[in-house]
Design a protein around this ligand. Structure first.
Ligand code: AMP
Length: 174
């Protein structure tokens, strides 16, 4: 087993001053670590009856896609506005300045379907909370939200109150 935290590169002041960007590309370059991370991110839900993986644009596609392939599950994407070609629904969430939104195809989720939401990193929790709301609106059941990394000093978890969350690597300070 590898220490995955050692394979995350911190890039200070990217994309702007004051942000410590957690770069996962250094982990992805290591095939064993990539596979280990994917499996460990799924592990808490292996007996939860997951029927579909929903990955968040864009690094959630990497782990979510690998997970779907590994466990023989279907994959659906949450995307930034204007990227999905068919009919969508959308949820907005607050950013530090202004707001952003994510979308999903209306036919991506069946009613009562058990969905695992996947992203690389939990910061303010805005993106993941919006993703969960979209699953709720389509009548799906969010089994959990699986992240590789949590920046727990931001306390984004609060926005996901009542959801089942799992994280492999925690940063409790900047
Ligand atoms: P949030 O909605 O604030 O929880 O932001 C989560 C999304 O933004 C994830 O999809 C991450 O990929 C990205 N993100 C936010 N902060 C960072 C960071 N410090 N390093 C890398 N990615 C980040």
């Amino acid at each position: 087993m590898k220490d995955l935290e050692l394979l995350i590169r911190n890039v200070q002041d990217f994309p702007k001053e004051g942000i410590g960007f957690k770069d996962i590309t250094t982990l992805l370059k290591d095939a064993d670590a990539f596979r280990q991370a994917t499996k460990q991110m799924y592990e808490p839900y292996k007996d939860a009856g997951v029927q579909k993986i929903a990955g968040i644009d864009s690094r959630g596609f990497i782990f979510g896609g690998a997970m779907a392939y590994e466990y023989g599950l279907p994959f659906v994407p949450f995307r930034k506005p204007g990227k999905l070609p068919a009919e969508t629904i959308s949820e907005s969430y607050a950013l530090e300045y202004g707001e952003d939104s994510i979308e999903i195809h209306v036919d991506a989720i069946e009613k009562g379907e058990k969905v695992l939401v996947v992203d690389d990193l939990l910061a303010t929790g805005g993106t993941a909370a919006a993703a969960c709301k979209l699953i709720d609106r389509l009548g799906g059941i969010v089994v959990g939200v699986s992240f590789l990394i949590e920046l727990s000093f931001i306390s984004g978890r609060k926005k996901l109150d009542g959801r089942n969350i799992s994280v492999l690597i925690d940063y409790d300070s900047e």
